[in-house]
Design a protein around this ligand. Sequence first.
Ligand code: COA
Length: 384
Amino acid sequence: MANFVAGVHVAGWGAYAPSQVLTNADLERMVDTSDEWIVTRTGIRERRIAGPGETTASMATVAALRAIAVAGLDSNDIDLIIVGTLTPDYLLPSAATLVKQAIGNTRAAAMDLAAACSGFVYGYGVAHAYVSSGMARHALVVGSETMSRCTDFTDRGTCVLFGDGAGAAVLSASDEPGGAVGIELTTDTAATYSIWIPGGGGARPASTAMLASREQYMRMRGGETFKLAVRKLGSTAMAALAKAGWSLDDVDLVVPHQANSRIVDALAKSIGFPMDRIFVNIDRYGNTSAASVPIALTEAVAAGRIKQGDRIVLVAFGAGGTSGAIALQWTADPANQKRAESIDADSVKIATPDIEPANPFPPALEWLLSGTAPARATTDSGTE
Ligand SMILES: CC(C)(COP(=O)(O)OP(=O)(O)OC[C@H]1O[C@@H](n2cnc3c(N)ncnc32)[C@H](O)[C@@H]1OP(=O)(O)O)[C@@H](O)C(=O)NCCC(=O)NCCS
């Protein structure tokens, strides 16, 4: 890749997961499913749910402040803010604008990026282009999602899969080589409507009829998505490796999008890569969409799975057939992660508009807060 700087490095990283846990046992009380089915078909045991006072922007801000602290920077050092998300607080303004305001940055360009579960990896690719071309010196890339707010908790085919959370990275220009050396971003239109939210956009705006037919919730063709995910994760990772001039033997760790542990198993088999060099944390978070790769990356560093000099591949697949992979050489000192220890959700204040406050917590999960088990919903066989 032609760079105007010697390297664009991951200088900071961070993640945030809300404290409310939704277990498989909780879901057994809501739809016709079982812990055994969910664990064997997906590897998921529990996922996190954003609280009534939390949004995509608030979680993104915690992860962002942690990443900026780990990088040893001030918020105002950031020149570009990209938030990958399919669940922004509002259609307007962008979540990135809210994050910029909440971190106290006055300088950066700020924008959301819509590439579903590939949102962070796509954001990484765009930020790399900005920094390597000299248009930005420090870029903040965030993946943040409140999936619980577009999930149909009567649809057992989707509601067991998704969770909430945020992760972030700061990419910085450097005179030293390192950072991303192979980037592949692609979109396969064969999967355009494999996962979609029909209502609420310009084609099917909010209306009582739209809400009555539950079009505000995500729909998915699971089997079709599974097969395409395995194929695209493999081909995209291999394309990034080819651009880097690396072989699979050169790679110390793959950090994939956490969609389903069986997708990760199938990916490992399809490209002939050992599972012990693939990072998996889906059991505790489910699929957090754009947040999954940066949460996994942050946990991999904290767990000692990433060391200075390691060669890492980040790879994701998402709705709309998006997929992306980054082959990068890690240069930052993992010990810098302790710089973020004092940053928690209380450090964050999102500017609110002058409008009647709403409780965004999913009504189907209110029982978790009160502890009163619900009557189980009747459900069809799940995916459309
Ligand atoms: C959704 C997914 C877990 C379903 O697993 P699967 O092995 O493909 O299961 P199928 O869709 O073939 O369904 C098998 C049966 O389980 C049922 N089932 C679906 N969800 C269920 C649940 N939560 N609990 C119990 N049974 C369930 C189906 O209704 C079906 O029943 P039937 O045979 O009586 O019709 C799997 O297809 C998947 O993970 N797909 C990819 C999803 C994804 O990652 N999306 C995001 C990509 S970024």
